[in-house]
Design a protein. Structure first.
Lengths: 246, 541
């Protein structure tokens, strides 16, 4: 069942300066998809268009049967109405709120009673292994723990899609390895539809069901990790995969 | 050589920056404070100062914070241009605005009253608050803009994705994170109001609304021992209140600033204003017109009017320009004096800072940051207070040694240097900290001594900081009024005091103060844009 669909999506900055062009992709329910490519290839812009933080200037983005953005027909759903979770590269954990308030924030807008909020938050904190730290302020947490707060905040709202924007690039190697396994495990367990942005081939191939290789705002190849590694369809993909394996 | 320069820096700071204010504080006795605090006139002045400053501070926040948010977080058209325009009042002395508003809104012949029948009275509490706010809101605007620019925008984006609308994000995320910056801006505008002299003198005087600074001026002008003692008492009170408030703020709320800057972030997603775009744009343009263009327009009309307060085309002429610029000998004396003072102060401060800022930025010498801190005290001290302290210390030679400097350009120059040195030291210090220590080390290894390092490494690399420092001193000095009015007597005019005397009593025909005010504004804007061009946008508004 297709869950997220891009049809000819593009973002034109000015003149002939395309950030993203002719982007066509179908993401299935409970699928883990990675956008892979060098910096400036448009992968983050595409992710932000799913969230509604950027508006596409061309094409249509659909969640199930709902059109969330269609500039031609002046349709654009603002980010707060899209119900997607996102983990940012810089964590984006609010420094003036404790862990509980950070994670509970999305539930504020779902008109739930206090007891339910408390229950949901503690469930999610258990999943990300942060139970017991509810009262801590972000500056009392390690980078890895802040990252888990951000993940919990994305999960607690039971998002239609969870977006991750190079979430592990600020962590050290050992922690990164554990977070990769944990994120994948949580995604499988909760049957989440997840879009993951990275420039790290190894990361993309290790975690994903499907990898989208991008370059200069366009898709070079879409396939399973095995397909892309074994039969790269363009020169760019071949070189990009090779460099990564060394 | 390094040691002796360091010693010299300390000596200058202690003798000229620290000693006068320290001396002033020791003068009044407890009994004098009690007398001031029970004297009805003084009590009213203290109350007025608090009330006006508080109102101005609040108005500045109400105006500055939403403005900063609109200018950074929305897709408002022409944002960059609007931003520059809204920051410009920061560079103009507020008393110029007071003159403009008196022309526009004095109860008898104000243009807005005679032509549009608005029935405004600038000589009132509200008038005073409005004129101060229309300049000082830039303090809040600038601190808030800086904070918003450096705030990791994903903090706000994460909230939107959680389901928060623009208003929720502002209330739950932006506002709490901006609180230290807003509070700093509030305190700066509060203190600037409490320290201002020109606006309360021109507007508060006719309204019989006396502030502490205008009281100091009145008492000092009395010339009697009792008058001077009263002036000293009020000054010390004002200074202590100011410094205590600043100290408290910097060590409590101001300190929270540290967590504002998060990780690297992409450019913030801008909130589309949609149908509100043009209404908001129109309101901002109207606001800009009201706070900035309108008073300048008032000055222009007044400068061009042969007869003040009449609004007709036949009344327009260049008579005032001719009279002030060519028939008034004080004008050229004042302009010459201001230029001499401007160049000397800018040169001396910049050269001194070049040496003084080296030590805190590049060495680990004991007490290296103290001279900079000491220099920042007179900068934060209200000008009236500082001027009084300098008069007391220098009027019979320096503590009785040497010739009297009272009523000389020399004392005015010292006052400007002491007041504004901090700006210069900060600018040059920032410049030093951006130069990697390895550059000096490489020069040392190559055989360069301390003097050669300064001359061949730092001087060329600091060029833009030094130029900026000179501009930062020159601009406020060109129009300084608060200190100069206390330090100068007849025959010793500067542009600031001449404008003040033309406005207050000596220009019967009128329009003279407007001509000179326009001149000041033109000079300041020219310098600002020159600085911005020269530094490729790094300095200047």
């Amino acid at each position: 069942m297709s869950h997220l669909q891009f049809t000819n999506v593009g973002k034109l900055f000015s003149g002939d300066n395309w950030a993203v062009k002719n982007f066509n992709l179908t993401v299935n329910n409970a699928e883990f998809v990675s956008f892979l490519g060098p910096s400036g290839c448009g992968k983050t812009t595409t992710l932000r268009m799913i969230a509604g933080l950027e508006e596409n200037t061309h094409g249509v983005i659909k969640f199930d049967n709902d059109i969330v953005s269609d500039p031609e027909n002046k349709k654009y759903l603002p980010p707060e109405k899209r119900h997607v979770g996102m983990m940012f590269q810089s964590y984006a954990v609010w420094p003036h709120m404790n862990v509980f308030d950070n994670v509970a924030y999305p539930l504020k807008f779902q008109k739930l009673d206090k007891a339910t909020i408390k229950k949901e938050v503690s469930q999610v904190l258990k999943i990300v292994e942060l139970d017991g730290l509810e009262e801590r302020k972000p500056n009392e947490l390690s980078g890895g723990q802040q990252q888990r707060v951000a993940l919990a905040r994305g999960l607690v709202m039971k998002p239609r899609i969870l977006l991750l924007d190079e979430p592990l690039s600020n962590l050290d190697a050992k922690l990164r390895e554990k977070m990769r396994r944990d994120i994948r495990e949580i995604q499988l367990r909760l049957k989440l539809t997840l879009v993951y942005v990275t420039h790290d081939q190894k990361e993309a191939f290790q975690m994903s069901d499907k990898v989208v290789v991008m370059n200069k705002g366009q898709i070079e190849q879409i396939g399973t990790p095995a397909e892309i590694q074994n039969s790269p369809s363009t020169q760019f993909v071949r070189e990009f995969v090779e460099i990564g394996s060394h | 050589m390094r040691k002796s320069i360091y010693f010299f820096v300390w000596l200058v700071v202690l003798l000229i920056f620290v000693a006068p204010l320290a001396y002033l504080v020791t003068l009044p006795s407890l009994a004098q404070f009690l007398e001031i605090l029970t004297h009805p006139n003084q009590l009213t002045a203290i109350q007025n100062t608090l009330l006006v400053s508080l109102s101005v501070g609040i108005c500045c926040v109400v105006l500055g914070v939403p403005l900063a948010w609109l200018l950074t977080r929305t897709n408002l058209p022409g944002k960059e241009k609007l931003r520059t325009w809204f920051c410009l009042p920061y560079a103009i002395p507020p008393y110029v605005g007071a003159i403009g508003w008196i022309i526009l809104a004095n109860p008898n012949s104000g243009l807005l009253n005679t032509v549009f029948g608005l029935g405004l009275n600038v000589y009132s509490f509200m008038g005073l608050v409005w004129v101060e706010t229309s300049f000082l809101f830039t303090f809040v605007l600038l601190t808030t803009l800086t904070a918003l620019d450096s705030m990791d925008s994903s903090l706000e984006e994460a909230a939107r994705l959680s389901g928060a609308n623009a208003w929720d994000v502002f209330r739950d995320i932006s506002l709490p994170l901006l609180r230290p910056a807003i509070f700093n801006g509030f305190v700066l505008s509060f203190l600037a109001t409490a320290a201002s002299f020109g606006v309360p003198a021109m507007i508060g005087g006719p309204a019989r609304l006396y502030l502490m600074t205008t009281q100091i001026y009145t008492y000092q002008r009395m010339g009697t021992t009792q008058g001077v003692q009263m002036a000293i008492g009020v000054s010390v009170l004002l200074m202590i209140a100011t410094l205590v408030l600043l100290f408290l703020v910097q060590n409590t709320i101001g300190k929270q600033k540290s967590y504002l800057v998060g990780g690297k972030s992409t450019r913030p997603s801008l909130l589309p204003l949609k149908q509100a775009t043009w209404p908001v744009f129109t309101i901002l343009c109207a606001l800009l017109f009201a706070v900035f263009i309108l008073p300048l327009l008032g000055l222009l009309i007044s400068a061009l009017s042969s007869v003040q307060g009449q609004w007709s085309l036949s009344n327009l002429s260049f008579n005032n320009f001719y009279r002030v610029l060519f028939q008034t000998e004080e004008t050229w004396r004042a302009v010459t004096n201001s230029l001499i003072l401007g160049f000397s102060a800018a040169g001396i401060c910049t050269v001194f800072s070049f040496f003084a800022a080296y030590f805190p930025a590049k060495t680990l010498l004991r007490g290296r940051s103290l001279p900079g801190i000491f220099a920042s005290v007179p900068f934060s001290t209200p000008g009236s207070v500082l001027a009084l302290a300098l008069i007391l210390v220098f009027s019979q030679g320096y503590f009785g040694v040497g010739p009297s400097l009272y009523n000389t350009l020399g004392l005015i120059l010292i006052a400007y240097i002491v007041k504004y040195m901090s700006l210069s030291i900060k600018t040059v210090h920032d410049g030093y900290s951006q130069i990697h220590p390895s550059l000096e080390e490489a020069a040392r290894i190559s055989g360069a001594g301390f003097g050669a390092v300064l001359r061949t490494i730092y001087l060329p690399l600091l060029k833009s900081s030094l130029i900026a420092s000179a501009f930062f001193i020159f601009m406020p000095v060109m129009s300084e009024l608060t200190m100069t009015i206390l330090l100068s007597g007849p025959g010793l005019e500067t542009v600031g005091t001449l404008i003040f005397s033309l406005q207050e009593y000596s220009d019967v025909a009128g329009g003279g103060a407007s001509v000179l005010s326009l001149l000041v504004v033109t000079i300041i804007f020219t310098l600002n844009f020159a600085l911005k061009k020269l530094s490729k946008g790094r300095y200047g508004l």
